[in-house]
Write a protein that binds this ligand. Structure first.
Ligand SMILES: *[C@@H]1O[C@H](CO)[C@@H](O)[C@H](O)[C@H]1NC(C)=O
Ligand SMILES: *[C@@H]1O[C@H](CO)[C@@H](O)[C@H](O)[C@H]1NC(C)=O
Ligand SMILES: *[C@@H]1O[C@H](CO)[C@@H](O)[C@H](O)[C@H]1NC(C)=O
Length: 301
């Protein structure tokens, strides 16, 4: 078992040496790493990864067998818990998940939001306690991501280069927001898909938000996540993509200007190549102007 620990520590030291040789000073995060002490390398041992509640009604605890892959089959690691200060007897996980071998599910009947839980990860024969964690369910509430993202154009600039949008979404289905049991705050992030830089909104209490000043002809990626006030964010939603082609008004303007230029050049060329046209028969009307008007009319028809 300690062998795995030793390996983990050596690789940590190697990264440290590399960093130091690059003249980057980092406080060693694991100073006892050189000793063969399993306690300093907990990730190599079986450990509790996370206990969290998506809906403030049920609880899930997940674990990892670390480097001991022979402990990854169901039943090799067992989860026990205490959630009432009065009880002294540990209770085994009420329901091991059937979909994944590393998860325990606590239904409503076994979840008390404000109670303190003490959870242990033990070996099959319970002779070894690999990990232990203490928490209240409330502080571990991490909602599922929002879904059903949609967008609409609010308005466009006169040149057609910029536009404003409104993005709408639905709260996670698992969260009871209608009754007020959960009150969620959202964060909207968007970026140009050619960039790694996300722009995050302030915390939003609504299920819609405007995104201003997007460029036409550029694809944007939008994602959302949510949280309870004062607690950690849940996962990001699936991305939605926003794109508005840069054709339309701009191209029309450019085409119109080009046409006018060509027409005016044409007049100059004709003046250069052809003998002068006799003067106008009708006083006050410029024949050049007439030609231009005729050309524009014939093009629009
Ligand atoms: C799992 O593997 C480790 C390291 O090889 C060994 O010490 C341990 O006894 C094994 N456990 C089981 C349950 O097979
Ligand atoms: C704890 O477990 C012991 C032995 O299984 C049992 O005798 C005792 O009544 C239990 N205590 C409680 C409070 O459940
Ligand atoms: C959309 O309309 C608002 C209010 O009239 C204006 O301030 C904003 O600049 C417009 N957006 C664009 C992209 O033109």
């Amino acid at each position: 078992m300690c062998l795995y620990c030793e390996r983990a520590c050596i690789s940590t030291n190697l990264t440290l040496i590399m960093l130091v040789s690059m003249e980057v000073w980092l406080q060693p995060s694991n100073p006892q790493c050189t000793s063969i002490d399993c306690a300093v390398c907990p990730s190599a041992l079986p450990h509790i990864v996370d206990c969290f509640s998506a809906n403030m009604e049920t609880l899930r605890c997940r674990w990892s067998s670390g480097a001991l892959h022979n402990l990854s089959e169901p039943g090799a690691l067992r989860l026990f818990y205490l959630n009432k200060p009065s009880t002294v007897n540990w209770t085994e996980c009420p329901e091991y998940s059937t979909k994944r071998p590393d998860e325990c599910f606590f239904s409503e009947a076994h979840t008390t939001v404000w109670a303190s839980y003490r959870v242990q990860l033990r070996s099959r024969d319970q002779s070894t306690v690999y990990d232990e964690t203490v928490f209240t369910v409330y502080e571990r509430v991490r909602p599922d991501p929002p879904y059903n993202l949609k967008w609409d154009v609010l308005n466009s600039s006169v040149t057609g280069q910029y536009y404003d949008t409104v993005v709408r979404w639905s709260p996670p289905e698992s969260a009871d927001v209608k009754s007020g049991w959960m009150k969620l705050q959202y964060e909207l992030q968007h970026r140009d898909t050619n960039s790694d830089l996300w722009k995050a909104s302030d915390l939003l209490d609504t299920t819609h938000s405007s995104v201003f000043g997007l460029h036409t002809g550029i694809q944007y990626e939008v994602r959302l996540r949510c949280k309870m006030s004062g607690l950690a964010f849940g996962d990001f939603s699936e991305s939605m993509y926003i794109y508005k082609p840069s054709t339309g008004e701009t191209t029309l303007c450019v085409v119109a200007v080009l046409m006018l230029v060509i027409i005016s050049q044409q007049q100059k060329l004709m003046v250069l190549l052809l003998p002068p046209i006799p003067g106008p028969k009708i006083r006050g009307i410029d024949p050049e102007l007439l030609k231009v008007i005729f050309l524009i009319l014939s093009m629009t028809i």
